[in-house]
Structure formats: structure tokens, C-alpha cells
Write a protein that binds this ligand. Structure first.
Ligand code: X8Z
Ligand code: ZN
Length: 607
């Protein structure tokens, strides 16, 4: 997601805020002595430049050239300057007795930047330029394969990993994409130095601590909270890993996939081994029971990017939520342009103070992309629903909430729903069908959990200095093998920079949000099913067409960031904590099945 106002952006790297823009005449308006007035001034000042910075960033992301790089970096620089000024002022108000709303506003300003810049003008400009260039390098990256004599873009390389079952072909695509990131390494090192300097200037220990401070609890408490949630789900992941490894051993041979070691990272159907749904064909527990091949139906029925987006929109409107505005359709980028480089990584943008929400996605006609469209529209519906909040409160209850909305909807795309949409032929309920469906979903949702956690584990250690630049890659693979139980099939060294091959590193987007999202979306699903009056098993519930569930969801979304997140959680679920019990409940049938499959196997992996 990309947010426009910097306060609401516990969000992105060089996110969009406002600052001393040419269109903002009253440069020092935000330096008021009264906190209430200060917040109002900050909001007013933000709107104008926000619009300008948003435009510069949108054009940069949908048309990567050296010119758009210059313009975006310049706009970003002004934004960072404004941000620093406002944060500095907000710190002075921190311990003043103020009303609850004002205190919340100040809190959101203090934690609202994922990229604080140093006060030094030259360093600020350098940081903005680095952020723009790193993202641009990722967006325009391609791998020119000498053998086939052509250059492949990321979506093309991802397709190879999704579809090929040839060990070497997959390895070539996997390594190919990683040839894009080594030049980022010295830039990233400098980026870390400068961003840390900026973080220290606003009173944080380092940038990681600033990020961890965005959850209405202390930094140490938040770290414990993520550990607690991980320990709830780790046994599930181990069962899934154990079974997947055994099946891959059968497919590729145990010489290539050893039965007690980590899984080769390029065999899981995904460029980053982060979700494994693409290799469902190798894992289908009961072959032929319940056809779940949505990909084929989408192609056969001539779906295109617009129709897929309309399908996603129709789910939200079936809940009683509004239609997307015309401007969404006019301004979004739904397909990859043939004539220029763009940042294909899907994102949602809240431009013009909620009046111009857009998405940017290189949609291809397949199920994974249909899910991503629901994910992106989840962000858009959050924007639409909190549009009436004051600017400071236009944001998610926490960033994991923002990531969880569209995914929650995807959990309602049950076989019965897909049948209604004509995307699967028929629905026959049986225990075997349930196990198949659960396996398919687990390959995405359970497989993701350790990945969702380790990305920021790496960054927190990088920002704190625990992982030094000489050990960037070794530190990365240590975490990848510890959490995910995967390993590269070819030696990696410090000449590589594998973290840079994942969007959110050069894009400076915090990642713990996705780990949290993957847990709380099951809490949301459970609560919405309850609101819909569904009494059956959680995995069979769909809230499609249910206005009571839509009402409940809409209420929570419209709170935006106005209250600490436990209150938003309470409004939707009746609980105040994040909790992995619903995801565990959801997958009960599969867990039992996996335990049975694994009972003679030695699970886990040696490091
Ligand atoms: O980055 C995203 C979204 C945009 S917020 C497409 N996701 C993470 C990823 O792709 O790594 C969604 C799931 C995890
Ligand atoms: Zn997202």
C-alpha cells in the first residue's frame, strides 16, 4: 500500500507527505505553540504538497526514466524536510497534557515515518535520491540470459518458477533475478547509515526501533508479541514443511532434495519461496477430488485485467460497501505497459486526500493475481471508508490491519462462492475435498508465516548493526534457513545481495505488517462469519452477499487510525489482542492429516 499523508504512513519508504512546497505559502504554520492548532496546521499544510508528491511518485512508478527519477527524488526531499520539521515540533508536545484526540494525533506523527531523514540538507537529498534509485533499479530490473539471447522481466521469471518443474530451468530463473541486486549493495549500505541518522535525530535508537514503535506498545513488548505469535504457529509450519519436502524429494529425487535438510529455495513455485500455492499440483493430497483449477476457468472465460478487478469489486459491493469511484477506473494502472519500465509490484495509492484512490498492478490472468486484486482493493476500501476522518487519522488501525482486509475477503472465496461465479465446475463436499482445499490455502498462508517474520528480523539486525554490511548476505541466509528451512541450491557470497531482490528492501517497506496480517485476517474472518450468523466450520464460511458482515467490517474500517488498534480489533472481533488461535482452528483438518503423513518422517532441518 502507498499512503499519501505521511502521518498515516507507518507505511512506505519515502512515503508521500507534504512539506514546504511552492504551493504552501505559510511555511511555518506548523510551528504553532498550541498543540491543537499545530495539528490543524500540519494537516492543512500537508494537503497541497501531498498532492504534488503523490503525483511525482505515481508518475515515477508508472514510467521509470532518469527524468522521473529526478522529479520524484526532489519531491521526496521536500517531503522529508517537512516531516522532520513536524516531528521535531511534535516531540515538544509529547508530554504536555492534551485531550485524547490531540494526543493520538501527536503519537501518529511521531511514529508515522518509515524513513526519517537527517536534518542536513545534503544528506537529506542523498537519502531521497537513494530511495528513489533503489526502487527504480528494482522496477526496471531484468535478466538477460545469454543462452536464450533475450532479456526477461520479473513477471516472466516468476512465471517460470510458477510453472516449470525442471530443476535447472527454475534455478536459472531464480539466479537470474538475483543478478539485478548486487549493484544495490553499496547504495543500501549508505541508505541504512543515513536513515539511521535520521531515526536518531527524532529520538529513536535506530530505524528498526522506530518501526517497532508503531503498534501502541513498547518496542520490547512488540518484539515479544511477534515472538509469541510465531511460537503459536511454528508447529504448523514445521508440519507443512516436512510434508512438502518429502513430496519434492519424490519429484526431484532425494539427492537434490535431501530428506532431512533445508528445501532448495528455487523449487517452491515462487521467486522468494514466500508462498507455495503454485506447486499445489505436486502436493494435491487426493488427486482429482474437487477441481480447484481457477486459472484455467479464468483463461477459458476470457477474463482480462478489468474484469478481474470488477470481480473483486463485486465482492466488496455484495457486502453493502460502495462501488469504486469512476476516477479509480480512469487513473489506475491495471496492466504492464509494453513501451516503458514500471514498478510492477502491486500497490494501492491514496492520492488527493482520499479523492483519487488508485491501484497499480501488472495483472495477468491467473488466480494468484485475482487474490492480489482483492488484496489491493482491501486497501482501497479502507481508504474509502476512513475518508471522512480527519487527515491525521486516515490510516489503518495498524499497518497489519491495512494488509489484512483484502486477504480476509479472499478467505471467503470458498468453492461454493467460486461455483457461483462459474470459476469451478461443481462443489461436492467430502473430507477429501476439504483436505485438498486446505492444502491449497496452507501453501500460501502457512508457508508465508516465517517469511513474513524474517524479513524485518534481518532489517532490525541490519539497522542495529548486529548484521554488518560485510555480512548482509550471510545474515540473510542464516535467517532464511533458520525460519523457513530453505537454502540456496548454489553457493551465495557477499558478492551477492539477495535481500535486494525482494521489493520491500529496495522499496523500504516495513514487512512485519504482513506477518501480523496473516494471523489477524483469520481473526477477522472468524468474527465476520459470526456476524453473518454462520455456524459451520470456519473454512466453509463465506461472507459473500452478507450485509451484516459488511456492516461490521465497514464500521471498523471507518475508524481508521483514530483509536489505538486494540479498540479497532475489539470493534470487529470482541477481543483486544492479536491471536493465532483462529488460524490454527481453521486448519484443524489439514493439521491432523499432515501429522498422519509425517508420523514416520524426521521433521525439522539441520542448520
Ligand atoms: O507487497 C504485497 C502487496 C502490496 S502491499 C502486493 N504483499 C507482500 C509481498 O508481495 O511480498 C502482499 C503479501 C505479501
Ligand atoms: Zn498490501
Amino acid at each position: 500500500m502507498r499512503n499519501s499523508l505521511f502521518f498515516s504512513l507507518a507505511v512506505i519508504g519515502l512515503s508521500l507527505s507534504a512539506c514546504q512546497s511552492p504551493v504552501t505559502s505559510n511555511d511555518d504554520a506548523s510551528l504553532a505553540q498550541d498543540p491543537v492548532e499545530f495539528l490543524r496546521n500540519v494537516e492543512t499544510e500537508s494537503l497541497a504538497l501531498d498532492k504534488e508528491v503523490g503525483a511525482a511518485y505515481w508518475v515515477r512508478s508508472t514510467h521509470i526514466t532518469s527524468d522521473t527519477g529526478i522529479l520524484a527524488a526532489k519531491a521526496g526531499e521536500r517531503q522529508l524536510a517537512f516531516q522532520s520539521k513536524v516531528i521535531e515540533q511534535a516531540r515538544k508536545f509529547k508530554n504536555r497534557p492534551v485531550d485524547a484526540e490531540t494526543a493520538r494525533g501527536i503519537e501518529l506523527i511521531l511514529r508515522g515515518s518509515s524513513l526519517p531523514a537527517p536534518d542536513d540538507v545534503l544528506k537529506r537529498a542523498e537519502l531521497s535520491r537513494l530511495a528513489t534509485d533503489l526502487e527504480g533499479m528494482y522496477g526496471s530490473g531484468e535478466y538477460c540470459d545469454l543462452q536464450s539471447d533475450r532479456c526477461l522481466t520479473l513477471p516472466e521469471l516468476e512465471n517460470i518458477l510458477a510453472k516449470s518443474r525442471d530443476y535447472d530451468e527454475q534455478l536459472n530463473a531464480w539466479m537470474g533475478w538475483r543478478s539485478v541486486s548486487p549493484p544495490m549493495r553499496p547504495m543500501y549500505e549508505r541508505f541504512v547509515e543515513l536513515a539511521n541518522e535520521g531515526a536518531r535525530e527524532v529520538g529513536a535508537k535506530d530505524l528498526g526501533d522506530l518501526w517497532k514503535g508503531g503498534y501502541d506498545m513498547g518496542v520490547a513488548e512488540f518484539e515479544q508479541e511477534t515472538e509469541r505469535l510465531w511460537s503459536q504457529v511454528e508447529p504448523l509450519y514445521e508440519e507443512l514443511h516436512c510434508h512438502v519436502r518429502a513430496q519434492l524429494g519424490k519429484e526431484y529425487g532425494e539427492d537434490l532434495v535431501p530428506s532431512i535438510g533445508p528445501i532448495p529455495a528455487h523449487l517452491l513455485g515462487n521467486m522468494w519461496s514466500q508462498s507455495w500455492g503454485n506447486i499445489y499440483d505436486l502436493l494435491e493430497p487426493y488427486p482429482g477430488v474437487a477441481s480447484l483449477d481457477v486459472n484455467k476457468a479464468l483463461v477459458d472465460q476470457d477474463y482480462d485485467a478489468v474484469r478481474m478487478t470488477e470481480t473483486a469489486e463485486a465482492f466488496f459491493t455484495s457486502l453493502g460497501l460502495p462501488e469504486l469511484p469512476d476516477s479509480f477506473w480512469q487513473n489506475s494502472m491495471l496492466t504492464k505497459p509494453a513501451d516503458r519500465d514500471v514498478v510492477c509490484h502491486a500497490s494501492a495509492w491514496d492520492l488527493d486526500n482520499g479523492n483519487d484512490p488508485r491501484i497499480k498492478q501488472c495483472v495477468e490472468v491467473n488466480e494468484e493475481q485475482l487474490s492480489t486484486l482483492h488484496h489491493e482493493l482491501g486497501h482501497i476500501y479502507y481508504y474509502l471508508m476512513y475518508k471522512e476522518q480527519r487527515p491525521l487519522f486516515k490510516g489503518g488501525a495498524h499497518d497489519g490491519f491495512h494488509e489484512a482486509i483484502g486477504d480476509t475477503i479472499v478467505l471467503s472465496m470458498t468453492p461454493a462462492y467460486l461455483k457461483e461465479k462459474g470459476l469451478v465446475p461443481e462443489v461436492k463436499r467430502s473430507e477429501q475435498a476439504t483436505i485438498n482445499e486446505q492444502m491449497k490455502l496452507a501453501l500460501d498462508k502457512i508457508a508465508f508465516l516465517p517469511f513474513g517474520k524474517l524479513i524485518d528480523q534481518w532489517r532490525w539486525q541490519v539497522f542495529s548493526g548486529e548484521i554488518s554490511p560485510e555480512n548482509y548476505n550471510a545474515g540473510w541466509w542464516k535467517l532464511r534457513s533458520r525460519y523457513q528451512g530453505i537454502a540456496p541450491a548454489v553457493p551465495r557470497s557477499e558478492a551477492d545481495f539477495d535481500p535486494g531482490a525482494k521489493f520491500h528492501i529496495p522499496g523500504n517497506t516495513p514487512y512485519t505488517r504482513y506477518f501480523l496480517s496473516h494471523i489477524i485476517q483469520f481473526q477477522f474472518h472468524q468474527a465476520l462469519c459470526k456476524a453473518a450468523g454462520d455456524t459451520g466450520p470456519l473454512h466453509d464460511c463465506s461472507i459473500y452477499n452478507n450485509k451484516a458482515a459488511g456492516e461490521k467490517l465497514g464500521q471498523m474500517l471507518s475508524m481508521g487510525a483514530s483509536k489505538p488498534w486494540p479498540e479497532a480489533m475489539y470493534a470487529l472481533t470482541g477481543q483486544r489482542a492479536m491471536d493465532a488461535s483462529p488460524i490454527i482452528d481453521y486448519f484443524q483438518p489439514l493439521i491432523g492429516w499432515l501429522q498422519e503423513q509425517n508420523k514416520e518422517r524426521q521433521c525439522g532441518w539441520q542448520l
